[in-house]
Design a protein around this ligand. Sequence first.
Ligand code: ZN
Ligand code: MN
Ligand code: MN
Length: 294
Amino acid sequence: MRRRLAGTGPLVGAHMSAAGGLVRAVERAAAAGCRTLQVFTKNSNQWDGKPVVAGEAAAFRKAAADAGLAPLVAHSAYLINLASPDPVVRTRSVGALVDEIERCDANGIPYLVLHPGSHGGDGEGVGLDRIARGLDEAAAKCPSSGTTVLLETAAGQGACLGHDFAHLAAIFERADSRPRLALCFDTCHVHAAGYDVVTKDGWRKTLDELDASCGLGLVKVIHANDSKKERGCRVDRHERIGHGAIGLKGFANLMTERAFEEVPKILETPKDEEGTWDRDGLAALRKLARRKAG
Ligand code: ZN
Ligand code: MN
Ligand code: MN
């Protein structure tokens, strides 16, 4: 694969399908002009995945390096719920998380995004404790791993935790494996959770609150998603950049934010067959980043 001009401009990329193998995801990212890439390293709706083949992992690492894609990010499977009321599900979730962490290590992926989990009616405090304990159990099972688990800010659907920055702070406080944890900030989820990311003052206030509770330095990945629904709706419906309730005004805050300048911004927005929507979304983010020079 030819090396593209991946080294210039803001650090933007997209989640890409790994259908046909992880190397195909790299090709899709390079074709869209990404500088960074998120993938699932296994089926996102199943507990088990095919074991990592060393040769395939090596090919993926080389393809990503040749395409100038860094950092690489993996999103964990949706079934994992460390906060589940069901101890069988919790045990299974810890095992699946360990598997995801080991897949990242094998594929040279430094960051693994994880949904904090749903307490299923047992209450926030109990749920947060279970998450911290689950993270510690997983960390103990892969002590030499170099993968950082990124707790993702949540939209606030049902009994899901992580829609309040205080939840994330509580997990960091309670987990002994804290040095191996950090944050993924999803603009759609934060907006849906009720935080203002659209107005200039609101953005500042939202970031100040995140800084006070967790520390902005913990944000290692940003999911740049517009939202189909209004602020505070607590439902998770991603929209193309500039086509939703956050709009270009909100993404101008993101793309000119000094604290996030070096943080990768990854699209998880609806796609069309030709990849035009991804290219448009990336172009929109790049254009907003250029504003700060003026
Ligand atoms: Zn997610
Ligand atoms: Mn996300
Ligand atoms: Mn989402």
